[in-house]
Design a protein around this ligand. Structure first.
Ligand code: SF4
Length: 409
């Protein structure tokens, strides 16, 4: 067997490190510069917070860093000892463990610790855990915790759903203005929503380059490249970054440059990344000359419904349209479209033990989709951050067998 191909780096990644470094440096200087900090859930109302002049911090991004740095597994028991069950979200437990221990990867980036919140703002569109998570810090620091309660298992995103969401967003304005010490400027909000939409469309275009055969990027690249789409949407920096990345990807496509040299098979990743094992998994797929071309996860930050001419209603629509808060039928339809668009040979479902919200294998979806699409599937048992729930050996063997199955199909 020829040696495994090398993973291809992106020239743009250096620019991304700069952009992310600047973002974290601004967060670190926030209090000294008299800026207020708002914590926001990853699919929360970031545009509103940015328009009000807050530095916006995303603890899920921090939790993913704890996972990727393989610090999470040691930190989770500290939160367990304070009454947070080992069965609930390991983002929550690792982040709270990090706070209790006073250790964070942000210290390596020159910050003293995580930036203390002046206000915490959640949206339950993804799960209930985010509210419980934010309420812990609100009690610790005696600061307000505000939020939006979005229905779950949404079929069509109907007018009443948009109306309820928009009203809740509007109701946040007054209490947020009180914390910010500034009035909301509607023109500024429109500007931020326009930038966020631009960022979302560019990010979508970046991910869609993987529809080319061979694909110029993998899911594992996507988990790194998605940083600005999560934490900097609504800023010019994110737009500039994705313009550069998209140009690089288009060049790869034009030259036929593959992310996985000798690409034989194309896989869809459904569910959360396994942050502490991304490198190993990426390497195994390289060796198997199999490209994980698309995922539900990376596409979760494509808010194409945003519309600067109708900011509140379009934010409500965008944040109620995401995959995680949709019905089984809608999710199934979405995956069917992705499988066709990205010319996928098989689907890998990650059953993340502590995140039922992002584990879509539990109610027969793989079997239904196999029947409809005729594509094989594999379920990997693991977790986003708690590596005690993941067997590397078993997963390696299962992935190998799955790819063999694709070869025989
Ligand atoms: S969606 Fe899952 S991983 Fe994300 S915060 Fe909720 S429980 Fe945690």
């Amino acid at each position: 067997m020829p040696p495994a191909p090398e993973r291809r780096e992106f020239q743009s990644t250096g620019k991304m490190r700069e952009v992310m470094g600047k973002y974290f440096a601004e967060l670190g200087r926030g209090a000294q510069e008299g800026k207020k900090t708002a914590w926001c859930t990853s699919v929360g109302p970031a545009e509103l917070l940015r328009a009000l002049g807050f530095n916006v911090y995303f603890p899920e991004n921090h939790a993913a860093m704890l996972g990727a740095a393989r610090m999470a597994t040691d930190l989770i028991p500290l939160a367990n000892a304070r009454g947070f069950s080992p069965d609930i979200c390991s983002y929550l437990t690792s982040d709270i463990g990090s706070y209790l221990k006073g250790e964070t990867p942000l210290q390596k980036m020159g910050l003293k610790g995580v930036p203390k919140a002046d206000v915490l703002v959640f949206n339950t569109n993804q799960c209930r855990d985010v509210k419980d998570w934010f309420q812990f810090y609100a009690r610790e620091w005696g600061v307000p915790c505000l939020g939006i309660h979005t229905p779950r298992a949404i079929g069509d995103v109907t007018e009443p759903i948009i109306e309820v969401g928009a009203k809740q967003l509007e109701a946040l304005v007054e209490p947020l203005e009180a914390v910010a010490g500034a009035k909301l400027d509607l023109d500024r909000l429109r500007e931020v929503v326009a930038l966020s939409r631009q960022c979302a469309l560019l990010w979508k275009a970046v991910l869609e380059t993987a529809a080319s055969v061979p694909s110029p990027l993998t899911f594992f690249d996507g988990t790194i490249q998605m940083g600005p789409a999560v934490v900097l949407r609504g800023s010019q920096d994110a737009v500039d970054y994705y313009q550069a990345l998209l140009a690089e990807l288009k060049e790869r496509v034009a030259k036929g440059v593959a992310a996985v040299e000798g690409e034989r098979f194309r896989i869809y990743w459904e569910g959360m990344p396994i942050w502490g094992r991304l490198k190993n998994l990426s390497q195994q797929f390289l060796e198997l000359r199999t490209c994980v071309v698309a995922s539900t996860y990376c596409n979760s930050w494509v808010f194409d419904a945003l519309d600067p001419s109708d900011p509140f209603r379009s934010m409500a629509r965008a944040y109620s349209s995401i995959f995680i808060c949709r019905s089984e039928d809608q999710k199934e339809q979405y995956i069917r479209e992705m499988v066709a668009k990205f010319r996928v040979d098989g689907i890998l479902y990650h059953d993340a033990k502590t995140c039922p919200n992002n584990s879509n294998n539990r109610y027969q979806m793989p079997q239904r989709l196999r029947e409809k699409l005729g594509k094989p599937f594999l379920v990997v048992n693991g977790d986003l951050n708690d590596l005690r729930l993941y067997s590397e050996e078993q997963t390696r063997t299962n992935i190998e067998a799955f790819v063999e199955q694709l070869a025989e199909a």
